[in-house]
Design a protein around this ligand. Structure first.
Ligand code: TYM
Length: 332
């Protein structure tokens, strides 16, 4: 069976709609037919504005619970916490030594994020972030990496590093492909449809899956659209409306065309109301299930330990092979 690996950062107190539609929804589907590894990337979460230690622990459990509530089954996939596997930073070091400064410097997410707080206030970890991400992926010999559009460049770097390692040290890593959904690969901010929806943007433009029904309705009601009043999917000219159509289509399982046809000639208010209904129909049972899981943190930690054991079985083998290929003296 082909392998998949993906990861999500435990930032904020809930995942947002874009995380689910752009990535996690595919993770759930890919549990069947693929050998699936999914990790909560807590090491990555301290690269920018490191949270309080207690908050980081809490958020790690929240994201894990939300992933299960979204449909991940810890028996059908390996769901684990990145910091439980020392192999990730161990491989990352070797890959760092294969990465050019200029190459790392060209990563647009690094440029955006380091610009935010002033480049010299950010740690080196923000710079090496995509290399740790490459290690996450290559350790599992992943064939596919289900992610949203914003991860495309990091995936290209991962492929480059895999190929570079293989040609220098001999065939070791599978060269992975990004698996990006056709629709919903980039969910936009409701208040500013020129930007992607993100936890680091103001709340009004971001729907959190933990938001209650009233909050979801209110955010959607206030979503920025346009003035021509036509319900039509046209990302270039009508990004706000197209975003709403894409969200509705993703939650109802309807095609974009079917949503366009259903709402043709109607007002934006009707569309927004329907989108709110489809989001809430998902978010309400999701929140209830998340709360149940968080009620029993010991059981949640046990599930994550089980996931870490499954992940370690693969990661340790790959790391040993890679270390041996590099020429590190094997420990006896
Ligand atoms: P993160 O935590 O920012 O986001 C998790 C996933 O959600 C997707 N995503 C979106 N998709 C569509 N529209 C949006 N507005 C939107 N916002 C977020 C992201 O593309 C991602 O797939 N660097 C990664 C975490 C990571 C990782 C990995 C991913 C670390 N190691 C290994 C894959 C494989 C990140 O920050 O994702």
């Amino acid at each position: 069976r082909p392998r998949v690996l993906s990861g999500i950062q435990p930032t904020g107190d809930s995942m947002q709609l874009g995380n689910y539609l752009g990535a996690v929804k595919n993770w759930v589907t890919m549990q069947d037919g693929y050998d699936a590894y999914y990790c909560v990337v807590d090491l990555h979460a301290i690269t920018l504005d490191p949270p309080e230690p207690a908050a980081l622990r809490e958020r790690t459990r929240i994201v894990a619970a939300q992933l299960i509530a979204a449909g991940l089954d810890p028996d059908r996939c390996a769901l684990f916490v990145q910091s439980h596997l020392p192999e990730h930073p161990q491989l990352s070091w070797v890959l760092e030594c294969l990465t050019g400064f200029g190459e790392a410097n060209r990563m647009t997410q690094f440029k955006d994020k380091s610009a935010r707080g002033g480049a010299d206030r950010q740690g080196v970890g923000l710079f090496t972030y995509p290399i740790l991400q490459a290690a996450d992926i290559l350790l599992y010999q992943a064939d596919y990496v289900p992610v949203g559009e914003d991860q495309r460049q990091h995936l290209e770097l991962t492929r480059t590093l895999a190929q570079r390692f293989n040609s220098r040290y001999g065939q070791t890593f599978t060269v992975p492909d990004a698996y990006i959904p056709k629709a919903a690969a980039k969910i936009l901010d409701l208040q500013d449809p020129s930007a992607k929806m993100s936890k680091s943007r103001p709340d009004a433009g971001t729907i959190y899956l933990a938001d209650d029904a009233a909050t979801i309705s209110k955010k959607l009601k206030r979503a920025v659209t346009d003035l021509d009043g036509e319900i039509r999917f046209d990302e270039a000219h009508k990004p706000g409306v197209s975003n709403l159509i894409a969200i509705h289509a993703a939650f109802t399982g309807l095609s974009i065309e079917a949503v366009e046809a259903e709402f043709a000639g109607q007002g934006y208010g009707r569309l927004k109301g329907a989108v709110a209904e489809s989001v809430i129909a998902f978010a309400q049972p999701f929140a209830a299930r998340t709360a149940e899981l968080l009620d029993d943190p010991a059981e949640l930690d046990r599930l994550l330990a089980h996931g870490a054991a499954k992940a370690a079985a693969v990661a340790s083998v790959t790391l040993s092979r890679a270390y041996e290929a590099v020429g590190f003296l094997p420990p006896v």
